[in-house]
Design a protein around this ligand. Structure first.
Ligand SMILES: [Zn+2]
Length: 123
């Protein structure tokens, strides 16, 4: 389950970001996962819960946003959002397409509390 090492990487970023913004507790995490990233959102959620115990993100509410794969046709320029993984332009049927979205995996935002106030941090 490689989601665990992804979760550990994400938590390292969360802890660094929380420290930079003096957050004593992280309440919410929003993570963007592309459909090409081979990440199972439920597995990542579980991994984050387990790996997050004892960290500043312990008990944080998780929001995982799945981004479908989008390709751009190199023949006609049309962007197609893929429902299945068939890399074909929806406009002209060309298979000459570049992936423009769908392989992302990043921490989008974190929200938490400082001693005095609640604070949202967007990366
Ligand atoms: Zn096309």
């Amino acid at each position: 389950m490689h989601e665990l090492s992804i979760a550990e990487d994400l938590l390292a970023i969360v802890e660094k970001t929380a420290a930079e913004h003096q957050l004593v507790r992280v309440a919410r995490l929003r993570i963007v996962v592309g459909a090409l990233g081979n990440v199972v959102p439920e597995a990542l959620e579980f991994a984050l819960e387990v790996a997050g115990r004892g960290t500043v993100a312990d008990g944080a509410q998780l929001e995982i946003i799945e981004v479908p794969v989008t390709v751009r046709c190199t023949e006609c320029g049309t962007e197609t959002e893929l429902e299945d993984i068939a890399f074909v332009c929806s406009a002209c049927g060309s298979v000459n397409v570049d992936v423009v979205r769908g392989s992302e995996l990043y921490l989008d935002s974190i929200e938490g509390d400082t001693d005095l106030e609640e604070k949202a941090v967007n990366d």
